[in-house]
Design a protein around this ligand. Structure first.
Ligand SMILES: Nc1nc2c(ncn2[C@@H]2O[C@H](COP(=O)(O)OP(=O)(O)OP(=O)(O)O)[C@@H](O)[C@H]2O)c(=O)[nH]1
Ligand SMILES: O=C([O-])CC(=O)C(=O)O
Ligand SMILES: [Mn+2]
Length: 623
């Protein structure tokens, strides 16, 4: 039987008409196959109409996956206590014969597809399946990638309506020419709290060949929201094949002197400051997690893949995050996940105001001092508790840049991570290749609660992207280096480190990043001088002192500067050894990477000869 005929049998009249209006046999075949396989009781097809979106939101409440809070348009969703972060161990890239790729979990494609199909057979019996259409990137633009999501979680579909642009009309417009992504998700059986129960059968499998991601027995957004991290694996592979960049980066506007607008992207691993940076209240946010960068007429142009924020709520407080705080306390549409709720109000860790010592949270009924099965005390909210909200509600969003079909020119690209003792707070690369290798490819960061597993362990995390990598790391880096040939002028590359510690104390305040951004903006336009060091250019004290006064109204002492910006030669050399060791073990790494690391090592050794292990920036000034 033809797919459309099969669909006519599976769907009721109104839903069938919605599908029929899209002239795409490949889509029809995919839908027929999976709806037959998943065996839902009902299927709802979402068009771009406000009624269909409202239907999904209503169903999230009706099925109990979300609960209403006191404030209008606010809801709360809980994930299972053991389903609070991305599950790296059970996420795999399907490759022919299970061909290994460095640092990635791979699995034989045939075997993986068989396993996931078995896990999903009839899994939606008694449930409603939502078929949703969205696009990655702005609609009808050079960035647009259409995607279809199948899910039995109204919470997942609801999150996607907040986070992505609607795509039903785009599917209709593109018809047979749509090169679309597919996502098949089932939360599986739920417990009485409406959280996924069969976590031992949790799987996220990525099939690059069919550009399809399967996700089962989990609800946590990072595993389930198809267009977010599942899609990211697919876009990385496309980008490397096609010669552009798909990155784990925020996109923001930094406002320079005389109304100058300069756009920056920034790649930091999960929970390492992308949202906090893009949300600096005097600058403008375009995106906080995923950016596409395309060479367009010789210019690197960036666009946010999303249109909303799935942000970390822990630590959001009125002082450091005034705008997010304001938004979270206004009646715009927000899903809170895994927070503490008491009398219809949400609370979270370190929110800077007193919070109740009992209520409901990600562990169920909660009281202060409650312990989990492992004997760990349960905090009020999970460290990876999040909020989901559309960027249109942000007074500081640059909505023009967000919707620009050609994106915005990228002036600077920043890399950073949780690094207690090696990198200075900010520095600029000598050139593209120096930045790509010593800042991007050499990135290391301490692990966080954004993934299941131990926290605080220093881990190799090139371009902050390792969790999402889907191709050979060598090919990915080669594509990055080659990007230089595709543009007339490359963005400047910078590295930041917000997490320097000395004797257990942070060396910087959370808002200091606002100063580093202003300095980088000036550097993009050649407006300030800098000090040349073995590892790149660093700011001069005078410039920072002035910017600290202007931006934060703070005195910045010479002592603070010297402590923060000293060149830590032993740590830097040890890092080069580690990074070189890692890449030496891999095949297919561009030879250039080793040359660039070697040049950096040589500069550090020479500097050590002259100045010793720890070099004051003042010693290098004017040299
Ligand atoms: N010490 C310190 N902590 C910071 C700083 N900036 C951000 N943080 C903390 O880092 C954590 C996460 O930051 P986010 O900006 O939400 O992380 P993200 O990079 O957007 O992460 P994902 O959404 O997981 O990709 C929060 O707990 C912040 O409090 C900083 O400058 N200093
Ligand atoms: O994908 C998620 O779970 C949230 C996120 O941004 C990350 O972990 O990088
Ligand atoms: Mn992220």
């Amino acid at each position: 039987m033809e797919p459309l005929e099969r669909l006519e049998k599976l769907l009721d009249g109104e839903q069938f008409e919605k599908i029929k209006s899209i002239d795409n046999p490949e889509l029809h075949a995919f839908l027929a196959e999976w709806i037959e396989w998943l065996e839902p009781d009902r299927v709802f097809v979402c068009t771009d109409s406000p009624e269909d979106e409202a239907y999904v939101k209503w169903k999230a409440l009706y099925y109990g996956e979300e609960k209403m809070l006191e404030m209008p348009n606010h809801t709360v969703h809980y994930d299972n206590y053991y389903d609070q972060a991305r599950d790296k161990a059970n996420t795999a890239i399907l490759t022919p014969g299970g061909k290994p790729l460095p640092y990635l979990n791979t699995k034989d494609r045939e075997e993986g597809l068989k396993e996931i199909r078995e896990l999903m057979k009839g899994i939606m019996k008694g449930k409603e399946l939502f078929v949703c259409f969205f696009v990655l990137g702005p609609r009808n633009s050079i960035f647009t990638i259409p995607a279809v999501q199948l899910t039995d979680s109204a919470y997942v579909a609801h999150s996607e309506f907040i986070l992505y642009r609607k795509g039903y009309e785009e599917f209709k417009r593109l018809g047979r020419s749509a090169r679309f992504f597919r996502f098949v998700h089932s939360e599986g059986e739920l417990d009485e709290r409406k959280t996924s129960k069969n976590l031992d059968k949790r799987r996220v499998y990525i099939d690059l060949e069919d550009e399809t991601v399967y996700s089962v027995n989990t609800q946590y957004g990072g595993n389930t929201i198809g267009l977010k991290k599942p899609a990211f694996r697919l876009t990385i592979a496309r980008a490397v094949n096609e010669g552009w960049l798909s990155e784990h980066m925020f996109l923001m506007r930094v406002n320079g002197p005389h109304g100058r607008k300069t756009y920056f992207t920034g790649a930091y691993p999960s929970m390492c400051g992308k949202t906090s940076t893009a949300m600096i209240s005097w600058e403008n946010i375009v995106g906080d997690d995923l950016t596409f960068i395309l060479p367009v007429n010789g210019v690197a142009r960036g666009a946010n893949v999303e249109k909303g924020v799935f942000g970390i709520i822990q630590g959001v407080n009125p002082e450091d995050d005034p705008i997010i705080w304001e938004i979270l306390h206004s009646p715009v549409e927000i899903i809170f996940s895994n927070v503490l709720v008491k009398d219809g109000k949400p609370y979270w860790n370190d929110m800077g105001v007193p919070i109740p010592d009992e209520g409901e949270n990600h562990s169920g009924k909660w009281w202060k001092g409650k312990k989990d099965a492992e004997g760990n005390e349960i905090p009020p909210s999970h460290k990876n508790a999040r909020f989901t909200v559309s960027l249109e509600h942000f007074p500081n969003a640059d909505l023009e840049a967000l919707e620009s079909p050609c994106g915005v020119e990228v002036g600077g690209m920043i890399f950073g991570g949780r690094d207690a003792d090696t990198w200075p707070p900010v520095r600029e690369a000598f050139n593209w290749r120096h930045g790509v290798i010593t800042m991007g490819a050499a990135l290391e960061s301490e692990t966080t609660a954004a993934t299941l597993g131990k926290e605080g362990v220093r881990a190799f995390n090139p371009m902050a992207i390792l969790d999402f990598m889907s191709v050979h790391l060598g090919d990915y880096i080669r594509n990055y280096l080659d990007f230089e040939k595709r543009v007339k002028k490359t963005p400047k590359i910078f590295a930041v480190n917000y997490f320097l510690r000395e004797n257990g104390k942070w060396l910087n305040h959370k808002l200091d990043k606002g100063v580093w951004l202003k300095w980088m903006e000036l550097r993009v336009h050649g407006d300030v001088d800098a000090i040349e060091t073995p590892i790149g250019y660093i700011p001069k004290y005078e410039d920072l002192a002035r910017l600290f006064r202007e931006v934060l109204n703070k005195e910045y002492t010479r002592e603070d500067y010297e402590m923060q910006f000293k060149i830590r030669v032993p740590e830097l050399l040890a890092k080069i050894d580690r990074i070189e060791g890692i890449y030496r073990k891999l095949d297919n790494v561009p030879e250039e990477l080793f040359q660039i690391l070697e040049e950096e090592r040589r500069r550090l050794l020479e500097a050590r000869e002259k100045y010793g292990d720890y070099i004051s920036p003042f010693a290098l000034e004017g040299v």
